[in-house]
Design a protein around this ligand. Structure first.
Ligand code: PAF
Length: 291
């Protein structure tokens, strides 16, 4: 596929609120020449999202960003209602980046009356985050499959912070023969190393300081590996102790093969270290490639 460089212009994106309107637009632009890039988001945009939009702007002729806080991927009791939302600010940021379309449907548009269809990538969805959030990836897969049908992009840009999400969605795309390719983009971090996340703004100042324990624990694994330690169980103990000492609660630390997400017996370069911790009520995730 040839990459087309597109200079970024500050035009107000077309805001699309209904599925029918977006289907009409995508049917039209699919007949035109050029590559459509898509960045699916739940809004409350930060530099991580913006890096995806910029990458899409570089490679594509038109860029669609979706903003939809998907109820389907939150279990009862999770933070659906508390999830941060700021549509006006999001729109300002996307205008500055010259995005063409912002698809921002309501829950009723995406899950119309009588809705009953769910997509499950078995196996991969039950590992890692899927253990404590058993219905999460079913919700993600369902909404992303719908968005791919509605937006019809050639390329979909996703950040590596949600590493498992990328692996699960790659499987979905291959298994269901979607025509979209995922472009994986690196994690964007705050200056002190915390992976950017919309949920970070829900941390109070004291929690924000403690939240660094996740990144630190992952880096401890890298350093220990450099010093010859390759045993996942021993590394997990060291990492968990660090998180506990910082006042966090470990959901999991795992060392996996990056394609299958299966746990490894010994770390090696290329192994992916992933973790999820609770700081107060906020659940944070991060990961790194062991080198
Ligand atoms: O990564 C996210 O923000 C969401 O899981 C996604 C891909 C937009 C689906 O709702």
């Amino acid at each position: 596929m040839s990459a087309v460089c597109r200079s970024v212009r500050a035009v107000t994106p077309r805001i699309v609120k209904t599925v029918d309107e977006m289907l009409g637009l995508s049917a039209r632009y699919s007949l035109e020449r050029g590559i459509t890039g898509f960045v699916p988001t739940m809004g409350s945009l930060h530099e991580g999202h913006l890096s995806l939009v910029r990458a899409a702007g570089e490679l594509c002729d038109r860029v669609v960003v979706s903003i939809f806080v998907n109820p389907g991927q939150f279990a009862p009791g999770e933070d659906l209602d508390a999830y941060p939302r700021d549509f006006d600010r999001d729109l300002e940021l996307l205008t500055e980046l010259g995005v063409n379309y912002v698809f921002a449907p309501s829950p009723e548009q995406m899950y119309q009356w009588g809705y009953q269809t769910w997509i499950e990538v078995e196996g991969l969805s039950q590992l890692l985050c899927g253990k404590s959030r058993p219905t999460h990836f079913r919700g993600v897969c369902t909404v992303v499959a719908k968005l791919l049908n509605i937006v019809a992009p050639s390329l979909m840009f996703m950040g590596e912070k949600d590493f498992q999400q990328i692996v699960v969605l790659r499987r979905l795309i291959e298994d269901l023969n979607f025509r979209t390719r995922i472009i994986r983009c690196p994690i964007v971090r705050e200056e002190d190393g915390l992976a950017m996340s919309s949920r970070n703004q829900r941390l109070d100042p004291e929690e924000r300081a403690r939240a660094l324990c996740l990144r630190q624990a992952l880096q401890m694994a890298q350093t220990a590996f450099e010093n010859g330690m390759a045993n996942p169980a021993r590394l997990r103990n060291i990492m968990s102790e660090h998180v506990r000492n910082c006042g966090g609660r470990v959901d999991y630390f795992e060392f996996v093969d990056p394609a299958s997400l299966q746990g490894v017996e010994h770390l090696e370069p290329g192994t992916r270290a992933l973790g999820a911790v609770f700081v107060g009520k906020i659940r944070l995730i991060d990961n790194l490639e062991i080198q």
